[in-house]
Design a protein around this ligand. Sequence first.
Ligand code: DQA
Length: 153
Amino acid sequence: MKIRVIHGPNLNTLGSRETAIYGRLTLTDINLSLVELGRSLGAEVTYFQSNGEGQLIDHIHSLPGEADGVVINAGAYTHTSVGIRDALLAVRIPFVEVHLSNVFAREPFRHASYLSDRAVGVVVGFGPDSYVLGLRGMVDFLRMQGAGGVSPA
Ligand code: DQA
C-alpha cells in the first residue's frame, strides 16, 4: 500500500512559522515520523511539498500508479483552489484532508474548504497528530477497500 502525503504552501516553514498556532516541529520532523508510522502499519509513505498551485496539480496528476491514497494539507489553497479539487477528483485517488490548526476556530475564510465534501475524512486541530490520525484513517480505509481501491465518488 502506497500513500503520498502532500503539503501545500508555507508548510515548508513549519518550525518557525506562527509557532503559537503551528508548533515547533519542522516539516522534515513530520515527514520522517509519518514514514516511520507508515512502516509500522505496512504502508509505504512518501511526501511532497510545493508552494505553487500548478506544481501541486501537476504532482497530483502524476499519482496514478504511484499512490493508492493521499493525505493532503493543502494549506491556504484548501480555501481557494478549485484546481486542486478538480485534480484530486480527476485522478480518482481517495484522500484525507488534514490541518494542523482547528480551522473552524479561526477566521471565517478558513471555514470553507474545496476538498472536504469529497474527502474520505477530515482531521483538524491536533497539530502534527492531525497527519498521524489522517494517515491511520487512510490506511484503514484502503485496507477495507483493498489497496488500490478508488474513491466511491
Ligand atoms: C492550515 C490551515 C490553513 O488555513 C492555512 O492557510 C495553512 C495551514 C493548517 O494546517 O492548519 O497554511 O492548512
